[in-house]
Ligand binder design. Sequence first.
Ligand SMILES: *[C@@H]1O[C@H](CO)[C@@H](O)[C@H](O)[C@H]1NC(C)=O
Ligand SMILES: *[C@@H]1O[C@H](CO)[C@@H](O)[C@H](O)[C@H]1NC(C)=O
Ligand SMILES: [Cu+2]
Length: 418
Amino acid sequence: MRTGALLWLAPMALASAIPALEESSPALSFDKRQDVSLNVLGGKILQADIYAGLAAINQQIYQATQKSDQWKKCNPATIMVRREWATFSTSEKTNYITAVRCLAELPAKTPKSDCPGCKNRYDDFVATHIRQTFAIHNTGNFLAWHRYFTYAYEQTLRNECGYKGYQPYYNWPRWADDPMKSPVLDGSATSMSGNGVAGCVNQTFYGIPTNDAPVIKIPKGTGGGCVNSGPFQDWSVNLGPVFTDSLCTPANPISDFTDPNMGLGSNPRCLKRDISAWTTSQWSNDAMVVKLLNSPDIKTFWYDMQGGDPAFANNFMGVHTAGHFTVGADPGSDFFTSPGDPYFFFHHGQIDRVWWTWQNMNPSVRINAIYGTTVIADPTAPASKLSDSMTLGYAFPGNITIGDAMSTMGGPFCYTYI
Ligand SMILES: *[C@@H]1O[C@H](CO)[C@@H](O)[C@H](O)[C@H]1NC(C)=O
Ligand SMILES: *[C@@H]1O[C@H](CO)[C@@H](O)[C@H](O)[C@H]1NC(C)=O
Ligand SMILES: [Cu+2]
């Protein structure tokens, strides 16, 4: 296939330009991007994707040669592959959408005493994220916890809603100029729904990190109100908000921070979005992802992904925040309640893919690299350790350690990305 040949030439040429890359052999390729027509991907070759292709190959070689116990269980014969939504067929997309909607029809597992507002199985995931927010963001477990969370969601779609595929991701830079052109957000019947209608007429910006003390002001776009296209226009957001930037959002009935159920009161409302090309064109384009992937160590990578040090100086947003404010509004702008928008798992699939890429550009050094403490943005708290355990509460059974979540081919995991 012509496209395949093209995609192959580029990595060969680039390999020598990328520092600290381990030997890779095309014969052991696990980069199946050559199977995907470039037209589907908007005709663009992204440098970040070339890094990802090399990482995929490196990971297989590293696992085969250095991790023989893991390799017995997880190897190219058994591995699951996560793909970009644009490469899903129409029926694959429909099956995924049906499974997400199915989760919202199943009863919640979280008892009312732990989440008075939880109505359904989807809410269990939102609730555990709200409850743990201060212990899983700007912390040492941030990447590992969200890897486990996204995996648990994918497994639950499969185990409880009959989904046969794997979690799709949204490759931000491919549609950085206009996210509403992406098959994830174009509002079609096979999208995750599109923009919201015009809303919050007196809101002129969304403030990062908060509206009250903004360091970055994202100008309000054309949306901000309820999503009115695609399969999620009747989607109910039941929990939160806690830290929303959307002035249109009614407060949660439990808003006292000393209450363990803060944000978990019943507050059903529509899904709102204000899709922001202002954000994506500057902060989640190919150059931004490549800069992040060129981080020499985990401390640099960790800070860059989350907005730099000091956070958000010179308007630098970091791909993590940019990915959330790609949709913004409610619950997308609320870092507690953001999983209430099913787009969340597409964004965090890509966060995980970028971390996986960075790790596997030099796996022997980076696979267990960890930075950060156990409390949000608190450098004086105890440092996170690989032996720290992580829980998903009622969303998914079983604690794992951060160490278990460092490799996508170790612990409970066996997946890769193309
Ligand atoms: C306008 O903003 C104020 C808070 O600043 C809010 O109370 C009010 O509901 C908003 N009105 C609309 C229509 O968004
Ligand atoms: C699971 O992990 C959480 C968070 O680290 C911890 O509080 C809890 O005690 C653990 N539960 C078990 C059964 O190990
Ligand atoms: Cu999160």
